[in-house]
Design a binder for this molecule. Structure first.
Ligand code: MN
Length: 382
């Protein structure tokens, strides 16, 4: 006899999406899209005969989620009954006093884990899910710092939000650090986790990160969705990763070294964006365009103009432009244009020669803005 679960994490309801170049109406559409993703997960759990939906934290963002989100969650989970919903709060939805988790009257099919140590919940005959909650956003405990389970037999799963230290993406914050080797050491057949937004299905160690169901940053460009987890009576666990995201995040590079005007920069960015968008629903696509190349110092690369034009040209919901261009500088030609321009360019070039990498970036910006200002061009912020 096997039991099916649907595991998801890091939905981040009520996220602002400002970091993806999204404001106002498109940001609202993205937030509604996160709610859709949760409804879709419930539908899948019903279609696939799941006993429970497990949620490994960061279900919502505490700083932004309010009464409407609380009501949405309670109603959505109630509609999934008799499927059980197991909630293991993470760092963004920590079980703080007054939080949605603690103040909502959850329907009877919801089980909220409330302690910072793993506690058991009997899910089915012989199958126990052990879960915990982050009680504060900066919790640093080890979720697997517990006694070994399973002395009396049965199959045991762990459900928590945490940072597996062997696979931590560079720069990712450490909340609930643990090591995958401890999953089996402590008697668990698998750990159903949340925190890393990239999917990771590690059958050898029994470690599962489903990843966020919809892309939350431009780096989250691969297919996404919840993961079906099938637990056999002998403790063998198999995984089926779903790919049903409705939104897409994509990044492209536009070489603008040949540009002679802001119009040329816009054209190059729009062409690159059009190639990238082919086959995608633009209205549900978030685009990032990286401008690269050595560009004439008098040419503006104003990010706002480029973003607006690309959004207009592709119909993309969100566009973010990053300017990685460097100013092409011909000192002799610049000196020929005016004495002041030449003196300024020489001074910056001399300072650059003895500068470290950080200082050189600042001097590059100074050179670009200075040449544009002295040349009478409109200054576009990078
Ligand atoms: Mn998260």
């Amino acid at each position: 006899m096997s039991t099916s679960l649907l595991h998801l994490a890091d939905l981040h309801l009520d996220r602002s999406f400002a970091g993806m170049g999204c404001q106002g109406e498109p940001a609202m559409r993205r937030r509604l899209g996160l709610r859709d993703a949760l409804r879709r997960a419930g539908q899948t759990a019903q279609d696939r005969g799941c006993t429970a939906v497990t949620i490994g934290g960061d279900l919502y963002e505490h700083d932004r989620a309010g009464a409407d989100t609380a009501a949405f969650l309670a109603e959505t989970f109630r509609s999934w009954s008799p499927i059980e919903v197991l909630l293991a709060p993470g760092n963004h939805d920590a079980l703080l006093p007054g939080s949605i988790h603690s103040r909502v009257e959850w329907p009877a099919n919801v089980h909220l884990f409330r302690t910072a140590e793993l506690r058991p919940h009997d899910l089915a005959d012989g199958l126990t899910v052990w879960g915990l909650a982050h009680l504060e956003p900066a919790w640093q405990g080890d979720p697997l710092d517990c006694a070994t389970v399973g002395a009396d037999g049965g199959v045991h799963l762990a459900l928590f939000h945490g940072a597996e230290m062997g696979s931590r993406p560079e720069g990712k914050s450490i909340h609930g650090p643990f090591h995958s080797v401890d999953i089996r050491e402590r008697g668990f057949s698998a750990a159903l986790c949340g925190h890393y937004h990239r999917r990771r299905v590690d059958e050898a160690n029994g470690l599962l990160y489903p990843g966020s169901p919809e892309p939350l940053t431009f780096d989250e460009s691969e297919a996404r969705g919840a993961v079906l987890v099938e637990v056999a009576g002998d403790g063998k666990v198999s995984y089926e990763a779903l790919a049903d995201n409705r939104w897409h995040a994509r990044t492209t590079r536009a070489d603008v070294s040949a540009a002679r005007s802001l119009g040329d920069v816009v054209d190059a960015a729009c062409s690159a964006a059009a190639v990238l968008c082919a086959g995608l629903d633009g209205s549900r696509t978030m685009l990032r365009v990286d401008l690269v190349g050595e560009i004439d110092h008098s040419v503006s690369t104003d990010a706002f103009t480029v973003e607006t034009s690309v959004r207009d040209g592709t119909g993309a919901a969100g566009v973010r432009v990053r300017d990685f261009t460097t100013p092409a500088l011909d000192l002799a030609a610049v000196s020929g244009e005016s004495a002041v321009l030449g003196a300024f360019a020489r001074l910056v070039a001399e300072a650059s020669a003895g500068a470290d990498a950080g200082e050189r970036r600042v001097l590059d910006d100074a050179l670009r803005y200075g040449l544009q200002a002295l040349g009478g061009a409109e200054i576009g912020l990078r």
